[in-house]
Design a protein around this ligand. Structure first.
Ligand code: URA
Length: 208
């Protein structure tokens, strides 16, 4: 059923604690973002359909299973979403990758500056990735764009989410599944998640 999926696995919770620590440096933050994304992706892909095949092992023919049906694409929201791409493509190496870039102007309106999606995106299931789900505006915008491109099955993956962002996304797009490591208290006056982990883009790319 569509809605919020909190992935409370101990490895994910441990890595999120390290990500939160303001003393965690760029190299470690980048590695932890990727590893956490990989673990959340494991859950977000739990419902991928399988088909039975026969494979010859060195000993005998095994009736075994492979992923079948529709293919996947990941779409990172620029720029912080890029930090999750290594992790998720470790799990699904054949997935295609689209990019959507946007920023919030001074009035908190979303301004798109880049969009490049795989040509065959309408034939794929899509998982949008962004480490922080804050107000939900970027997520809603990205989901709108991807729906306009003809995609039927969209999931959203993040590491930390604010209740406001979860509510806004699910109010606007009740058909979406959100996969998330932890739900925090809420947003501060600058729309940062509290306690959160700061500006994920700056911490992944070392820009501050
Ligand atoms: N984006 C971030 O990187 N951090 C926040 O806390 C909110 C949005």
């Amino acid at each position: 059923m569509a809605g919020l999926h909190l992935i409370e696995h101990p490895l994910i919770q441990h890595k999120i604690s390290l990500l939160r620590d303001k003393n965690t440096g760029v190299k470690e933050f980048r590695e932890l973002t990727s590893e956490t994304a990989m673990l959340i992706c494991y859950e977000a892909t739990r419902d991928l359909p399988l088909k039975e095949v026969e494979i010859a092992t060195p000993v005998a023919v095994a009736k075994t299973k492979v992923i079948s049906g529709r293919k996947l694409a990941f779409v990172p929201i620029l720029r912080a979403g890029l930090g999750m791409i290594d992790g998720v493509t470790n799990m699904v190496p054949a997935a295609k990758i689209g990019h959507i870039g946007m920023f919030s102007d001074d009035e908190h309106n979303i301004v798109k500056y880049y969009s490049k999606l795989p040509e065959d995106i309408a034939e794929r299931d899509v998982i949008i990735v962004d480490p922080m789900l804050a107000t939900g505006s970027s997520a809603i915008y990205a989901i709108d764009e991807i729906k306009k491109a003809g995609v039927k099955n969209i999931k959203f993956m993040c590491i930390v989410a604010a209740p406001e962002g979860i509510k806004n996304v699910l109010d606007k797009h009740p058909d979406i599944d959100i996969y998330c490591g932890v739900q925090d208290q809420g947003l501060d006056e600058n729309k940062y998640i509290v306690p959160g982990m700061g500006d994920a883009g700056d911490r992944i790319f070392g820009t501050k």
